[in-house]
Design a protein around this ligand. Structure first.
Ligand SMILES: [Ca+2]
Length: 96
C-alpha cells in the first residue's frame, strides 16, 4: 500500500513527459507541388500525435493559403477566409 502513491506519482510524471507538445516535437514539411520555387503546402506533424497533424494548402498556387487540412482518424478540411499569406502562417508558428 505504501508504494501506491509513489508509483502513481511516477506514472503521472511519465505520462506528462510523454504528453509534451512543445515546439520541438513539431516537424514541419514544406512542399512546392507545381515546381515554381514557392511553398504551396506547409504541414505540421506532432511527432507523438498523429491525430493532431495539420497543414495549410495554396490550392491555386497564387501565394495565398485558402485551405486548412487536419488529419487524424479522419481528414477534415476547412476553407480559410480570407486566405493567409505564408508569412502569416510563419508568424503563428515562430518555430519555423
Ligand atoms: Ca509552388
Amino acid at each position: 500500500m505504501k508504494y501506491i502513491i509513489p508509483t502513481f506519482g511516477l506514472l503521472i510524471a511519465v505520462c506528462l513527459a510523454g504528453c509534451n507538445t512543445t515546439r520541438s516535437t513539431i516537424a514541419t514539411t514544406r512542399d512546392d507541388r507545381n515546381g515554381d520555387g514557392k511553398t504551396d503546402r506547409i504541414w505540421f506533424s506532432y511527432l507523438s500525435y498523429a491525430d493532431r497533424d495539420y497543414g495549410f494548402i495554396d490550392e491555386d498556387f497564387d501565394g495565398l493559403f485558402e485551405l486548412k487540412r487536419t488529419q487524424g482518424v479522419a481528414v477534415f478540411e476547412e476553407e480559410i477566409a480570407p486566405p493567409l499569406e505564408l508569412s502569416e502562417i510563419e508568424n503563428e508558428h515562430p518555430e519555423l
